[in-house]
Design a protein. Structure first.
Length: 341
């Protein structure tokens, strides 16, 4: 059994204190039904930073973070037959569910109370090798290259589920509040499908990016969109934007809140912000079906996340960050300890 290099969370703390440490470890062996990949690229999700900084309590010690993994299968455990050696696959946040609870049996495995997650309950992708139950891996369309596929595996999939939860009608008017990693992918999907997308964010560079991607308008949230919205997604972790977005909805419209952490929501004005069948919903991670559907769609629609590739370096994780600070922290089922990132 050989050794591999991996970056582990040694002592959770501020990023400046370098909570990740490079270690040499025994090469992980895939168990029954599992495959091992040689990691080609791994994205940095906000949740990885929360784990490194200790905002998300660790589930085990010295865990390797990283759950936007692209790799090639280089070993298969007993009974693993879904992939061939050399196949390129993706590993994402969700890595196990019970398959028996009422949520699993009704197509909502994202709500499974026994779900387990990559980089939290098991080692993730800031390493030379990573292991995953093959049933939870994704086939990656050839049109997606390694570096651009990686961020789609969490930021992309979760943004896509949020979009679906917002029930945007074909050719509809969509509002996007906050414009980080997840949002800029969801916006591209909606625009490619013919929606008029209005981006509401206080960040001027983010507004510029939104317009360059084809958004119909971009402005600060308090100014409101130039037309009523059929649907909206709140990506910013700012509860005070809930009434703002609810007011911007047309009657019958839906707001999906995409974060797992949100500051307190102020009191809603029933007449202006909820009556006439407006709906307010949350989004919790994703199912495998969401992931498969999104990855196919991303290839067909030529979705291109903005990336900033970095080579692996000693003492630093192999990492790529979105150019702007990633705003999504919604992949976890757990709650962050009270701090808006
Ligand atoms: Zn994530
Ligand atoms: Zn279950």
């Amino acid at each position: 059994m050989g050794a591999v290099r991996a970056w582990v969370v040694s002592e959770p703390g501020p990023i400046d204190s370098r909570p990740l440490r490079v270690v040499e470890r025994a090469d992980p062996e895939p168990g029954p039904g599992e495959v091992r990949v040689r990691v080609r690229a791994c994205g940095v999700c906000r949740t990885d930073l929360h784990l490194a900084e200790g905002d998300l309590p660790p589930h085990r010690s010295a865990t390797v973070p990283g759950h936007e993994i692209v790799g090639t299968v280089d070993a298969r455990g007993a009974e693993a037959a879904r992939f061939d050696l050399g196949d390129r696959i993706g590993i994402a946040w969700l890595r196990a569910t019970c398959g028996r609870c009422r949520w699993c049996r009704s197509g909502r495995e994202n709500l499974c109370p026994a779900a387990r997650f990559t980089g939290w309950d098991a080692d993730g992708g800031y390493a030379e090798h990573a292991v995953v139950p093959e049933a939870y891996a994704y086939r990656l369309p050839p049109a997606l290259d390694d570096v651009h596929a990686a961020p789609l595996l969490c930021a992309g999939i979760v943004g896509y589920r949020a979009l679906r939860r917002a029930e945007l009608p074909p050719g509809g008017r969509l509002g996007i509040y906050g414009f980080g990693a997840s949002a800029h992918v969801a916006a591209q999907v909606a625009i490619a499908q013919g929606a008029a997308v209005h981006v509401l964010t206080r960040s001027a560079p983010a507004r510029e990016l939104a317009l360059s991607l084809g958004a119909a308008s971009a402005g600060p949230a308090d100014a409101g969109p130039p037309e009523p919205l059929d649907a909206a997604v709140l990506f910013a972790p700012a509860g005070e934007l809930v009434p703002v977005a609810m007011r911007a909805l047309d009657q019958g419209g839906t707001l999906a809140v995409a974060g797992i952490h949100l500051t307190d929501v102020p009191r809603l004005d029933y007449a202006r912000e909820l009556f006439r069948e407006k709906q307010l919903r949350s989004v919790t991670a994703n199912t495998r079906a969401d992931g498969d559907e999104f990855l196919q769609l991303a290839a067909a629609l030529r979705i291109r996340p903005t990336v900033d590739p970095r080579p692996p370096r000693r003492g630093r994780p192999r990492a790529r960050r979105p150019r702007r600070r990633p705003d999504h922290r919604r992949c976890g089922a757990g709650r962050l300890r009270g701090r808006a990132a």
